[in-house]
Design a protein around this ligand. Structure first.
Ligand SMILES: O=P(O)(O)O[C@H]1O[C@H](CO)[C@@H](O)[C@H]1O
Ligand SMILES: Nc1nc2[nH]cnc2c(=O)[nH]1
Length: 101
């Protein structure tokens, strides 16, 4: 099972933080998806969470790239159509499998 860690930001993780998270067995990090999950569970809601992985974290001090919001937004735009198709297919399946009231 993969593990996602909530790091609320707004800053992105440092290389040292990413290395600690990897050592702890974390596979992905996020800022806002997990708080939404926590609120949904608190409200007793059934939910299906989908999150788009937008960027790799930087693990090496030789790598001068930096994770940033602009990159995250760019990938979310690039992947939006695929996500729309996935959600449409999922909702179609829900429609097939729900009893009429
Ligand atoms: O990490 P997740 O939960 O996808 O959300 C975060 O991803 C972007 C990081 O810039 C922001 O939109 C923030 O909401
Ligand atoms: N904490 C965190 N959340 C993100 N959401 C999108 N990219 C990132 C990231 O690199 N770190």
């Amino acid at each position: 099972m993969n593990k996602i860690c909530l790091l609320a930001g707004p800053s992105y993780e440092t290389i040292a933080e990413c290395r600690v998270l990897q050592a702890l067995g974390v596979d992905a990090v996020g800022m806002s998806t997990l708080p939404e999950v926590i609120v949904a569970r608190h409200c007793g809601l059934q939910f299906f969470g989908i999150s788009v992985t937008t960027n790799r974290v930087v693990m090496s001090y030789d790598n001068h790239e930096k994770a940033n919001h602009k990159k995250a937004l760019h990938i979310s735009v690039v992947r939006a159509e695929a996500l729309q198709k996935l959600v449409t297919r999922l909702l179609g399946k829900v429609g097939e499998n729900t009893n009429p009231l």
